[in-house]
Design a protein around this ligand. Structure first.
Ligand SMILES: *Cc1c(COP(=O)(O)O)cnc(C)c1O
Length: 418
């Protein structure tokens, strides 16, 4: 059972103030969840969550997370700029990018962000672009398949990210020669895991590797970054992860591996995006058409540019028809947007209560990798983002795009002669 974080009455009031579609974020939920994560890792003195900006790149959201003690994880120039403008100190910014342009390394270095190198060849590239900083991190990819108790979770051997095990040793040695003094280690081996075992399993691999690297190279390892990948249950039949159990599992691995190796001062970092924000965002949209042909269709005023995951991955996003929560789901619909693409469907063959034109639909778990994945196909404009505050009031935290925004990049060219 998935319940929206707003009531029918609240959503009606909000919809009378702001035209649909829009993304709505739940400040209370975001803060409570961030506090719980912090509590789960409170056993580790240096613990810090670096929120993956790409999941929800909105300054108001970043500032809320900053107040809860988070830093940011960036992977591009504009994400670095946004973090800086939101007041994050360089030490509170992680730069975990790949295929990185020189300008981005330059900006990261200028801000004093911690650079996490994706590849061994990036050592020379960074040296050339911005110099080798004292504090540096390397991203590890052990290859093969990543399994938890014989269940394959993901396929790191096919992933473009990170360095091989021998490259990690070589990279640390080279960075030491070039003057680096403080080392970090990072890996992201499975995405959207709905199990309490992902972080503890990953942590054990990273901790063991860190001990080896320390022994092989003498590098001073000060932090281990478990990155993202802790997931959320998109379907109502799944149980959410228990972050307290996850923190406890990582603590066990820490005490088993790092403490006996004399590395009991290593800080644990996370770079969660989805877990921090996805459940606390709704895409709010209105039914504007019904169509009865070979199937039953409900056309809404949002489309894949507002939430791309269903079109891109065939991802399930739960839908609540506001005010009809207790009515029987005795209709089977495709819920579609208006793009000229047949994959622009928020739901396919979904059992829902009878939908009438004008009904408000809440599309759940859109708070991360939702708005931010949006694009402008078919000349569609990106929606507004609204924050539901803890006192129940709302605040516009990004206005909707206008045609002027869409044309802004070509305004100088209307009258150009060929
Ligand atoms: C996307 C990403 C994250 C966040 O991933 P989630 O699945 O949202 O937790 C963290 N770190 C890096 C390097 C990423 O690319």
């Amino acid at each position: 059972m998935k319940t929206p974080f707003v009531t029918k009455e609240q959503i009606d009031t909000i919809c009378s103030q702001y035209p649909t579609p829009f993304h709505l974020y739940d400040e209370k939920g975001i803060r409570e969840n961030a506090k719980k994560l912090k509590q789960a890792f409170s056993w580790n003195k240096g613990f810090k969550e670096f929120f993956a900006v790409k999941a929800t790149p909105n300054p108001t959201i970043l500032k809320i997370l900053k107040e809860e003690g988070c830093g940011t994880d960036c992977s591009s120039y504009t994400e670095l700029l946004m973090s800086d403008k939101c007041g994050f100190a360089g030490t509170d910014i992680m730069f975990s990018s790949n295929d990185t342009p020189a300008e981005e390394f330059k900006l990261a270095a200028k801000l004093g962000a911690t650079i996490n190198l994706d590849d061994i060849t990036h050592i020379d590239f960074l040296k050339e672009a911005a110099g080798i900083p004292k504090r540096i991190s390397c991203r590890f990819n052990p290859g093969g398949k990543f399994a938890i108790a014989n269940t394959i979770m993901d396929n790191p051997g096919d992933a473009k990210y990170g360095m091989t095990r021998p490259q990690m040793t070589e990279a640390y040695k080279k960075l030491l020669e070039l003057g680096a003094e403080e080392f970090g280690m990072h890996a992201f081996l499975a995405s959207n895991t709905v199990t309490n075992d992902y972080y503890p399993t990953l942590a054990k691999i990273l901790f063991e590797t860190a001990v080896e690297l320390k022994n092989e190279t003498g590098a001073h390892i000060t932090f281990i970054n478990l990155s993202g990948g802790v997931g959320i249950p998109y379907t109502p039949d799944k149980e959410p992860n228990d972050i307290l159990a996850i923190g406890e599992g990582v603590r066990k691995a820490y005490e088993e591996v790092l403490v006996p190796a004399g590395m009991g001062d290593v800080a644990i970092y996370t770079e969660l995006g989805r877990f921090m924000l996805a459940p606390y965002g709704h895409l709010v949209t209105k039914a504007i058409h019904e169509k009865h042909t070979h199937k039953e269709y409900i056309g809404v005023d949002a489309c894949a540019v507002n939430l791309m995951r269903p079109a891109m991955y065939g991802a399930y996003h739960h839908i609540t028809v506001m005010g009809k929560e207790n009515e029987p789901c005795d209709h089977t619909y495709d819920v579609t947007g208006s793009l000229c693409e047949n994959n622009d469907k928020f739901a396919i063959d979904r059992k829902l209560p009878k939908i009438d034109i004008g009904d408000i639909l809440v599309i759940h778990d859109a708070g991360a990798h939702g708005f931010s994945m949006g694009y402008n196909y078919n000349g569609k404009l990106k929606s507004a983002e609204i924050l539901l505050r803890e006192d129940g009031s709302t605040k516009l935290i990004r206005r909707a795009e206008t045609p002027e925004d869409y044309f802004a990049t070509i305004n100088d060219f209307w009258d150009v002669e060929l």
